[in-house]
Ligand binder design. Structure first.
Ligand SMILES: Nc1nc2c(ncn2[C@@H]2O[C@H](COP(=O)(O)OP(=O)(O)O)[C@@H](O)[C@H]2O)c(=O)[nH]1
Ligand SMILES: [Mg+2]
Length: 207
């Protein structure tokens, strides 16, 4: 899929400041440093669209990006939002900041009716982290649809590459009946980009 244009819409400190819910939307979430901003940049093909932070935990804003691309079916252009959400699980964050993050994020996820899917990012080098599993439980309990996106697969060696996914699934399937859709990505090599764009294109049709 080709992208015509991408633009930064706005940063919002609170869900009520977010742009109108008039377009299909996909929200990227995961622990600080998992690669959310890098993945958005990789998808849109622009190095500096979403800011890549070297200070984890710093971005506490909801960032909306608007993508415009030709639609295969209608032949007209379609536009939708990719949303970069504040990261979680940053060790040095204060309790009050964490509570605030949780309130704002949950309010956003539960109230954003145009949200088609939550892109749950996890680092492919790590075994399932407690905070990630807990967050996915919360999504499941609230009926919020999500897919699992493995990041940084360029950092895996051959044997890690062969086994990371099944190791992850072994843990997850203790808690879930089946796996959500999975995407395997690298912002370094652009692996997974076509699959993600196809997913957005297909899912946009449901809006
Ligand atoms: N090798 C590699 N590094 C990555 C990848 N994605 C992100 N990074 C690095 O991981 C760090 C955190 O990335 P960032 O996108 O800011 O994470 P965020 O906090 O989730 O938005 C940065 O130093 C990125 O360059 C990837 O796919 N491969
Ligand atoms: Mg970021």
């Amino acid at each position: 899929m080709e992208i015509n244009s991408v633009s930064f819409v706005k940063s919002s400190a609170h869900p009520r400041e977010c742009p109108p819910m008039d377009k299909a939307e996909y929200a990227f979430i995961g622990r600080s440093n998992v690669g959310k901003s890098s993945l958005i940049n990789m998808i849109v093909g622009r190095q500096k669209m979403a800011k890549i932070s070297s200070t984890p935990g710093k971005t506490q804003l909801i960032n909306h990006f608007e993508i415009n691309a030709p639609d295969k079916k209608s032949k007209e252009d379609a536009s939708w939002y990719l949303t970069d959400l504040p990261g979680f699980g940053y060790a040095k964050i204060s309790k009050s900041e964490r509570v605030k993050w949780e309130r704002t994020t949950k309010q956003f996820l539960e109230g954003r009716r145009s949200l088609m899917c939550i892109m749950m990012l996890v680092d492919s080098r790590l075994t399932p982290q407690k905070v990630d599993l807990e967050f996915m439980s919360y999504l499941g309990q609230n009926g919020l649809p999500f897919v699992l996106v493995f990041t940084k697969v360029d950092k895996l060696n051959k044997s890690e590459r062969a086994s990371f996914q099944s190791k992850y699934e072994d843990v997850m399937l203790k808690q879930w009946h089946k796996m959500p859709p999975v995407f395997i990505t690298s912002s370094e090599t652009s692996e997974g980009r076509e699959e993600l764009l196809n997913f957005f294109e297909q899912t946009n049709l449901l809006f």
